[in-house]
Design a protein around this ligand. Structure first.
Ligand code: SF4
Ligand code: SF4
Length: 166
């Protein structure tokens, strides 16, 4: 599928607008047919793409945290929750709490997450291609498709299938 992360980046640079338009044009209503196609594409993507070779989400995106994430991770690194927030976290315009900087401070040189077992819930759920309500997460998917080869695989092949069906 993608020879490298660089190949994905070249492809998405050309096609991003087309796929974002496609995602926003999907019907909001759940359809059993589309949901099962998306789930099959999600499983196929994980067979073709190795997150350990990629780690692009941890390099260029910033994970959000809920209160339990902050408390758990702060304790793990020997800080109070307030100290951890002051050192590493900030708020985006929608008031989500997230890493202030990227790459993530927990990503090591070998693309491994050094707090994998206790990583934030948003990291555990990423890239959300397994979600039953995938087609209604338009803004989220429009962002993820630009950085995540797994999301790209799902969106690209979903579009191809729906185009083929006319
Ligand atoms: S906590 Fe781990 S999985 Fe989440 S962004 Fe950081 S390195 Fe990646
Ligand atoms: S979830 Fe997506 S961006 Fe993150 S490592 Fe896997 S393929 Fe790469």
């Amino acid at each position: 599928m993608y020879q490298s992360l660089q190949a994905f980046k070249r492809e998405i640079k050309i096609n991003a607008k087309e796929y974002i338009r496609f995602l926003h044009g999907l019907p909001n209503r759940k359809s059993k047919g589309i949901a099962s196609t998306i789930y099959s594409l999600h499983q196929e993507a994980y067979k073709k793409i190795d997150c350990g070779q990629c780690a692009n989400c941890c390099k260029v995106m910033r994970p959000t945290y809920n209160r339990a994430d902050i408390d758990r991770i702060a304790k793990h690194v020997g800080m109070t929750s307030q100290e951890y927030c002051d050192k590493y976290l900030g708020q985006d315009p929608t008031r989500d709490i997230m890493n202030r900087k990227s790459p993530c401070h927990f990503l090591d040189k070998n693309n491994r997450c050094t707090i994998y077992e206790i990583r934030p819930l948003s990291c555990r759920r990423f890239p959300n291609t397994q979600r039953k309500d995938f087609i209604s997460c338009k803004s989220l998917n429009s962002l993820n498709v630009q950085y995540c080869p797994i999301t790209y695989h799902v969106v690209k092949n979903l579009k191809r299938k729906l185009d083929d069906e006319g």
